[in-house]
Ligand binder design. Structure first.
Ligand code: GDD
Ligand code: MG
Length: 362
């Protein structure tokens, strides 16, 4: 089987993070999101994978290269200007010469791809869309079906008064190659707003594949936290937190002061230093090469790599990207800090703040 993964869009809701890091490379428990997806594809015997990238292709290429490290064949198509979800797939050219999987590159799910493909073939479908239930469909694509799972209507980002079902587009599709002829070349075109409604108007065989397996779009700060909580609580079959035995997992070369108090579930990368009387109240994830200095408190937060927290700082329900420096005695609550942020001594970053990369808060 073949797959195309979409990696584009600016990820406006995670903006301080996605200015330097494409959404698909955002770490989930210290591992790039895309690594989970590629390993899952491999486990379903999908090893010919095209990445349709509209911005920041280099970090993806640098990490995954030609895919050989993951025993898959990876190719890249890079858009000069974003072409939209369908335009990006069209840009992959002749790659789609058989029924092909297409993935939004920001959805963490346990969807059974082999079963979905069998379903697609059994229905002789032109297009199959995976569906998942959500509480509030307004941020997603609403999908109405009949009792045979034939799709009747597709409505992207419905307003509250347009909600007729809680089933939404889960961001995984199987396309027959014929669909490609409906997508204009080198033109911005959306599956959700243009091609899916067009297929339905043309009365093509468009089927749903509904499941209630684990599913989360990581593209909002709260969802990004939630995927961490869920994985640490064993809700996905793609991550087994230390086989449920211990509450803390550390990488290599970490120095944790014996007086540090660590509670809840905590994941720490390599080469980290945790100082005297530091409190870490999980769920907390700390990347590699981080230093948490004496008497600081880290509570329910996600720190990426090379974050230096000076003494007596308090960090709560916050995401801190790479290479940030947090001054002593500062207090940061419910914030998102982009790469290379410097927070001065004793500063207070209040709830809801999104701090752009390279900002100096002084
Ligand atoms: N290459 C490329 N080019 N990729 C793109 C482009 C583009 O111009 N625009 C968006 N993408 C990628 C994004 O990076 C993401 O992986 C995926 O397409 C979906 O875009 P989002 O911006 O994350 O859309 P959304 O989350 O608001 O809605 C989509 O996903 C929902 C499920 O999470 C839609 O497909 C909804 O219908 C769906 O319910
Ligand atoms: Mg999304």
């Amino acid at each position: 089987m073949k797959a195309v993964i979409l990696s584009g869009g600016f990820g406006t809701r995670l903006r301080p993070l996605t200015i330097n890091t494409p959404k698909s490379m955002i770490p989930v428990l210290n591992i790039p999101f895309l690594e989970y997806l590629i390993k899952r594809l491999k486990s379903h015997k999908v090893s010919d994978i095209a990445l349709a990238v509209s911005y920041l292709a280099e970090p993806i290429k640098n990490y995954f290269g030609d895919g050989s490290r993951f025993d898959v064949k990876l190719s890249y198509t890079v858009e000069e200007i974003p072409l939209g979800t369908a335009g990006a797939v069209k840009n992959a050219g002749g790659f789609i010469d058989e029924p092909t999987l297409v993935f939004n590159g920001d959805v963490f799910t346990d969807l059974d791809l082999t079963d979905m493909m069998e379903n697609h073939k059994r229905n002789k479908a032109m297009l199959t869309i995976a569906l998942t239930p959500v509480e509030d469909p307004t941020s997603y694509g609403l999908v109405e079906t009949d009792s045979n799972n034939r799709i009747l209507r597709f409505l992207e980002k419905p307003s509250p008064d347009e909600i007729t079902t809680n089933m939404i587009n889960a961001g995984t599709y199987i396309l027959e190659p014929e669909v490609m002829s409906l997508i204009p070349a080198q033109t911005n075109c959306s599956f959700e707003r243009d091609i899916f409604p067009l297929l339905l108007r043309n009365k093509e065989d468009v089927f749903a594949y509904p499941t209630d397996c684990y599913w989360m779009d990581i593209g909002k700060p709260e969802n990004y936290f939630q995927v961490h909580y869920d994985l640490l609580n064993g809700k996905s079959n793609q991550y087994h937190f230390n086989n449920g035995r211990k509450k803390m997992v550390t990488g290599t070369n970490c120095i944790i002061h014996p007086s540090a108090r660590i509670s809840g579930t905590v994941v720490i990368g390599n080469n980290c230093i945790i100082g005297q009387d530091v409190k870490i109240n999980g769920p907390v994830v700390i990347g590699s090469n981080c230093q948490i200095s004496n008497y600081s408190i880290i509570d329910d937060s996600i720190l990426w790599n090379s974050v230096h927290v000076e003494p007596l700082a308090k960090i709560k329900h916050t995401i801190i990207a790479n290479d940030c420096h947090i001054g002593s005695g500062s207090i940061i609550e419910q914030a998102v800090l982009g790469n290379n942020t410097i927070v001065g001594y004793g500063k207070h970053i209040k709830a809801g703040q999104l701090v752009s990369p390279n900002t100096i808060v002084s």
